[in-house]
Design a protein around this ligand. Structure first.
Ligand code: ADP
Length: 329
């Protein structure tokens, strides 16, 4: 019994129950208010006051009848309010759950994001710490070994820097971007210039056939999203392959495509690749491909900020085509 009491008390403290109780209070106040109003409007005045000087027997009869009507009405109103209380309780719990669901989801996403981010930060930090501890413990640290250590530390710090920049980009600027007509070929070219050295290092050719058309976008933001797609295309393509960057018309929209001949993405993983921190298995096993699984979620956010959409079609071991869809200017 005592345990049940505490369980009920604990439930009462939960946000859903508290919100449901608030809803129920509003419903009951409204219902009781209407009942009082209804009673006062419908019930006639007491016959004692209405009929002074009427014979006693008639007055007594009227009074009895009046009390009968009064009891009947009060019973019905009580039943009605009892029904409202029961029905209102269910409705309140349903409404409270509905109201809180998106808030709970947002909070869950927030806490998942924080724990994922902390997890990602912990790994390089642990690596730096371990390397330095081992080096300090060893006697006679030579200059070449110290330089090697610093070099390795620097690489981890660069990765940490990239991660924190990515996190910052994801958490700031969820607002819509002001868009204006921009030349798609110029933005594409700008993006390509950012990655051309990476492509050259792998002997990858970028074939750019983006047409001279205008789209509604923010030039810098759009270029950033294309850079992410091109950067991935380079990362996940073999040396000496070709990446195609092209534009297509689709009704009132223009599609910018980045197509590669790389490793592709398994059908089961395609729906997850825009999630934060998601990395498809194949890339995770590959030691040479670095990343935190933030690029595509940033690209998606940037494209959506400009009222555009991003999508992918991919085939394992054949290549991937990422498409940015924007309104034609
Ligand atoms: P990152 O590249 O840092 O891992 P992204 O968010 O950019 O993170 O990409 C998420 C995952 O999607 C990658 O780990 C990779 O598995 C997959 N991916 C992205 N672009 C491509 C591509 N062009 N070809 C094959 N796989 C890709």
């Amino acid at each position: 019994m005592k345990r049940l009491f505490w369980r009920v008390l604990r439930r009462l403290r939960s946000t859903t129950v508290r919100l449901a109780l608030s809803y129920l209070a509003v419903i009951m106040i409204t219902s009781l208010g209407f009942s009082v109003l209804f009673y006062r409007t419908i019930m006639p005045d007491s016959p004692q006051r209405l009929m002074p000087g009427t014979p006693e027997i008639v007055r007594q009869e009227s009074l009895n009848y009046y009390h009968y009507i009064q009891r009947r009405m009060l019973t019905r109103l009580a039943l009605l309010n009892g029904g409202v209380l029961v029905g209102g309780s269910f409705l309140s719990v349903y409404l409270a759950r509905r109201t809180l669901r998106p808030i709970e989801r947002a909070m869950e996403a927030q806490s998942r994001f924080t724990s994922d981010a902390s997890h990602e930060l912990r790994t390089p930090l642990a690596a730096i710490k371990a390397e330095n501890e081992v080096a300090l413990r060893k006697s006679g640290l030579t200059l070449p070994r110290a330089k090697q250590l610093l070099q390795s530390n620097l690489e981890e710090i660069t990765r940490l820097q990239q991660l924190s920049e990515g996190l910052l980009r994801l958490t700031s600027g969820r607002h819509d971007m002001p868009v204006q007509p921009v030349w798609l070929d110029e933005v594409g070219n700008d993006a390509m210039n950012h990655v051309i050295k990476l492509a050259q290092a792998k002997d990858i050719a970028i074939e750019d056939t983006v047409p001279h058309v205008q789209v509604l976008a923010d030039a810098q933001t759009l270029a950033q999203s294309i850079v992410i797609l091109l950067d991935n295309a380079i990362k996940y393509s073999p040396a000496k392959s070709t990446i195609h960057m092209q534009g297509k018309s689709s009704g009132k929209h223009i599609l910018l495509e980045v197509r590669d001949e790389g490793i592709g993405i398994a059908a089961s993983q395609v729906s997850h690749i825009f999630d934060r921190f998601y990395r498809a298995d194949r890339s995770r096993t590959s030691q040479s491909v670095s990343g935190y699984g933030l690029g595509l979620s940033i690209a998606k956010q940037l494209v959506e900020q400009q009222h555009g959409q991003i999508a992918v079609v991919s085939e394992l071991d054949a290549g991937s085509t990422f498409t940015i869809r924007l309104p034609r200017a």
